[in-house]
Design a binder for this molecule. Structure first.
Ligand SMILES: Cc1ncc(COP(=O)(O)O)c(C=O)c1O
Length: 355
């Protein structure tokens, strides 16, 4: 606190990212990163970018990257917006599209950055409780609103929502923007991108941090009607003209183009997830159905906080949410390699036998 702070800074409750401990031999299953490195073609593209051309600003419109993304989804470049991670894209979405008379709606258990953006931009919002199975009921969103946002699959539950349900929501809700945050969609959830040409109020956000293994490069994008994209560009050009630097552009283009590597690694993550679900179920965990690169798992008798701490003492970190209390029995476990799953299962067996 300082007398130099503005009112808005005094009121903020910033987002707290998962920790990035600087320890060797850590089994790091807490921030939903990809256990495999980025495509070798990305690393090659980054090397080629390290030239004296770095003295020049990058393209403020990121045309080459937008074009690589547009080709991937068979869209027009005017339907693509890119930003410094999907967190930045989302921040612009909140600022550009959600500040209205009626409240923005999102689930009570969801990505914890959403209420933070509402605080930053002073956006009136209302949370809609997930049902008792932690699912989104789209009917609960059939009410006046200034916008709707949720991740699909949801985070931290991992539960996917069927495309037919999203379409039902879009048919009922034509007067405000519906944003589907598809950060984890490539791990087994149906994407809403195919609905973009049908619904001018649908915006879909994606990241290269998860299935394309580039959390360190910071690239995300939004896909939607050109009017929605223009709103985001107007905010971006009033904030930072160059969110995508030369490395980010070169690496992201190579990642979008290496479809074979993307397919191979995402299927490997899905296979490891399915095996881990079986192994944890055998240890008396109940696991929510996951369409993501993480699972949300609750032991039938042991407390979530206690298990998280016990794993930590064995150099394995997973994420535990103390609030709201409905999720406090759960551990959110990122899917790592098969070898990391084995370490986790062996550690869990020891912990459960000892307590
Ligand atoms: C649901 C959801 N959306 C968006 C993001 C942001 O991803 P990034 O800023 O790395 O693109 C995350 C990150 O974990 C997430 O969980």
């Amino acid at each position: 606190m300082s007398r130099f702070w503005s009112d808005v800074v005094n009121r903020l409750t910033p987002y707290v990212p998962g920790e990035q401990p600087k320890l060797d031999n850590l089994v790091k299953l807490n921030t939903n990163e990809n256990p495999y490195g980025p495509s070798p073609k990305v690393l090659e593209a980054l090397k080629l970018e390290a030239t004296e051309s770095l003295r020049l600003y990058p393209d403020p419109n990121s045309d080459a990257l937008k074009s690589a993304i547009a080709v991937t989804y068979q869209l027009n470049t005017s339907q693509v917006f890119v930003g410094n991670g999907s967190d930045e894209v989302l921040a612009h979405v909140f600022n550009a599209l959600f500040k209205h008379q009626n409240p923005l709606l999102f689930p009570d258990i969801s990505y914890s950055f959403y209420p933070v953006y509402c605080g930053l931009y002073d956006i009136h919002h209302q949370t809609i409780p997930l049902n008792s199975s932690f699912e989104i009921n789209v009917e609960d969103y059939f009410q006046p609103n200034g916008g709707i946002i949720f991740p699909n699959p949801n985070a931290p539950t991992g539960i996917p929502l069927a495309l037919a349900k999203i379409e039902q929501l879009l048919q009922k809700n034509t007067e405000s923007v519906v944003v589907i945050d598809e950060a984890y969609v490539d791990f087994g959830t149906e994407s809403a991108v195919g609905l973009i040409n049908k619904y001018p109020n649908l915006l879909v956000t994606h990241t290269l941090s998860k299935a394309r293994s580039l959390a360190g490069l910071r690239v995300g994008y939004a896909l939607g009607h050109p009017d929605l994209i223009e709103a985001l560009s107007r905010v971006k050009d009033s904030f930072n003209s160059y969110p995508i630097d030369r490395f980010a552009s070169a690496g992201a283009i190579a990642a979008m183009q290496d479809v074979a590597y993307f397919e191979k690694t995402r299927h490997q993550v899905i296979a490891t997830r399915n095996a881990l679900v079986q192994d944890l179920t055998a240890l008396n965990f109940a696991i929510l159905p996951s369409g993501a690169n993480f699972i949300f798992a609750k032991h039938q008798t042991k407390d979530g906080a206690v298990l998280t701490q016990a794993l930590r003492e064995k150099n394995i970190i997973v994420r535990h949410f103390k609030k709201p209390s409905r999720v406090s029995p759960y551990l959110r476990i990122t899917i790592g390699t098969d070898a990391q799953s084995t370490l986790l299962i062996n550690a869990m067996k020891q912990i459960l036998n000892a307590t």
